[in-house]
Write a protein that binds this ligand. Structure first.
Ligand SMILES: N[C@@H](CC(=O)c1ccccc1NC=O)C(=O)O
Length: 375
């Protein structure tokens, strides 16, 4: 991938060094020590240097195979994956407000995925066509609303809708300027496009934010001018929601059995993020907003896009989740199935309480790997 001097996007990119991701060698190998599974940039500002607030940053990892050598990539560069490789972009949860849940909640799954990528590139028995190609991973930070138990004067911790989704869209524009997300003009262009695909994944309110990137949200959000490019980013090939929130108004009006005690908590964080107006709650949630957004905001109206194939939604939920009921998944599934054959909805179960899936990371990585393989 190119790098360029005197470009605010590449200047921000080059402001952070690469560090190795070292994991202990498996016990089966005779040698001890660690193996480098990938390279990591931590806390890259996704706005021009000096303009980003404390939470307007992203972390990015590439598999060690991307460099071709054992050495760190150049600080100015972003090595591209092989033809047809896939980027995964992750949005953390925490009810739009919890400062203890950040981009770092993706680290266990990211490390697991880098390890899988290394193992599969070492595995000569797998045929190249079935060898999944992971280009890299990104985890986004974004401004948070105030948390009553964790007050802070930091402007990045006193956000209100649409600040959260605005930051996510800004980060996606930044990533498209870096070449991580392909541009729309490359769609259907098999000769010159590098055919990179991307997956958008999120946990809890991060799943809400993932779908919001594809919904027409009022009011329209301006992109910072320095990040604008002539062509818009290509939408993701798949969205993966882990223990996601899809219908806040529905939950607050009528929480399902076993979750009624959470109604006031839901109302508190919903008001904190979106204000008191319940019509806004409905408009910003993917299972309760106006129908038709999958075609309008994602698949596209044009026949060419329809020919390019349907999009994939993977909904992952634990029945043991003490904070988000299975009913949220059902609401989302029903909403997507009403969109007809544009979307292929897949459902996977997970185990444990609400945050176990990212704390533990293995199941999250397994599901994401399955989506990468299927693209
Ligand atoms: N730890 C959070 C609570 C939280 O994250 C949450 C609670 C209920 C339903 C979903 C939640 N998180 C979604 O992103 C808080 O303190 O606000």
């Amino acid at each position: 991938m190119p790098s360029a001097a005197a470009d605010p996007v590449w200047d921000a990119w080059a402001s952070v060094p690469w560090t190795p991701v070292d994991v202990p060698k498996t016990s089966s190998s005779a040698s001890s020590g660690t193996v480098t599974v990938g390279w990591h940039k931590a806390g890259v500002p996704y706005l021009p240097l000096g303009e980003a607030l404390s939470l307007q940053t992203l972390d990015l990892w590439i598999p060690s195979s991307a460099t071709g050598t054992g050495a760190a990539p150049d600080i100015n560069s972003l090595p591209s994956g092989p033809h047809g490789s896939v980027w995964i972009i992750y949005i953390h949860g925490g009810a739009w407000r919890d400062p203890r849940i950040t981009f770092a909640s993706f680290t266990p799954a990211a490390t697991n995925l880098l390890f899988r990528a290394l193992s599969s590139s070492n595995d000569n028995s797998s045929s190249p066509s079935h060898n999944p190609k992971l280009a890299g991973l990104v985890s986004l930070n974004y401004r948070l609303s105030p948390h009553p138990s964790h007050p802070s004067p930091d402007p990045a911790r006193n956000a209100k809708h649409p600040d959260h989704i605005s930051d996510i869209l800004t980060a996606l524009s930044f990533l498209s300027r870096l070449g991580v997300i392909p541009r729309r003009s490359n769609i259907n262009n098999n000769n010159t496009g590098n055919n990179t695909k991307w997956i958008l994944a999120g946990h809890s309110c991060g799943a809400t934010l993932s779908f919001q990137t594809l919904m027409p949200l009022p009011p329209l959000l301006p992109t910072p001018p320095l990040l604008l490019s002539s062509s818009s980013p290509q939408p993701p090939s798949a969205v993966v929601g882990f223990n996601g929130l899809y219908d806040l108004a529905g939950f607050i009006a009528d929480p399902p059995q076993g979750y009624a005690h959470l109604r006031d908590g839901y109302r508190e964080f919903t008001v904190g993020a979106f204000g008191e107006d319940e019509s806004v709650w409905r408009a910003v949630c993917p299972a309760s907003c106006e129908a038709g957004w999958v075609r309008r905001g994602w698949v596209g109206e044009g026949k060419e896009e329809e020919k390019a194939g349907k999009v994939v939604v993977m909904l992952v939920q634990s029945r043991e989740d003490q904070l988000v009921p299975w009913q949220q998944l059902e609401r989302m599934r029903e909403c997507l199935e009403r969109e007809g054959r544009l979307v292929e909805v897949r459902v996977r179960e997970a185990r444990g309480e609400h945050d176990e899936i990212w704390r533990e990371g293995g199941r999250m990585a397994e599901v994401l790997w399955e989506v990468v393989e299927g693209l």
